[in-house]
Write a protein that binds this ligand. Sequence first.
Ligand SMILES: [Mg+2]
Ligand SMILES: [Zn+2]
Length: 189
Amino acid sequence: MNKAVFIDRDGTISEEVGYVNHPSRFRLLPRSAEAIRLLNKNGWLAILVTNQAGVARGYFAEDMIKQVHERLNAELEQEGARLDAIYYCAHHPSVGEAPYRSDCDCRKPKPGLILRAVNEFDIDLASSWMIGDRFGDVQLAQNAGVNSAFVLTGYGRGEWEHQRSSWAAEPDLVAEDLLEAVQKIIERK
Ligand SMILES: [Mg+2]
Ligand SMILES: [Zn+2]
């Protein structure tokens, strides 16, 4: 069975810049490619899971997500790193029009995106991790039955310093950024 690290996009692998409605707004964080490379080298699946409700909200078309992810994959490839899969949710439960206005099962922190990955790869959830910069990513980890790593990039530092007291669960580890999280995860095993 495979071990996977599920990775949030905005604020975790890339800068949190609000809605990425054009590939030119997408900026990989400085140590992200190294983090993915480390996962690749150590035999972990690296899988991106991201909510992109800007589609449901009418801010951009679903094809924009694909264009942004082509850019992401190209930038990673230049640095010898590779994501094994990317899953996204373009839905919103109460905004926009069908089919994107939907009370779907894949909008994080619901576990649908991770469960799709489990269907396509042979993944041992109990030894897998979710890395993200928001409490919702910790909830997602809990809902999916994986371990959780919280990063202080993106919204992370603010949520950690000012909102943590109201969280119903704590992450299993906290790291400055994606690379440090990956290093700590690999050391743990
Ligand atoms: Mg995020
Ligand atoms: Zn969805």
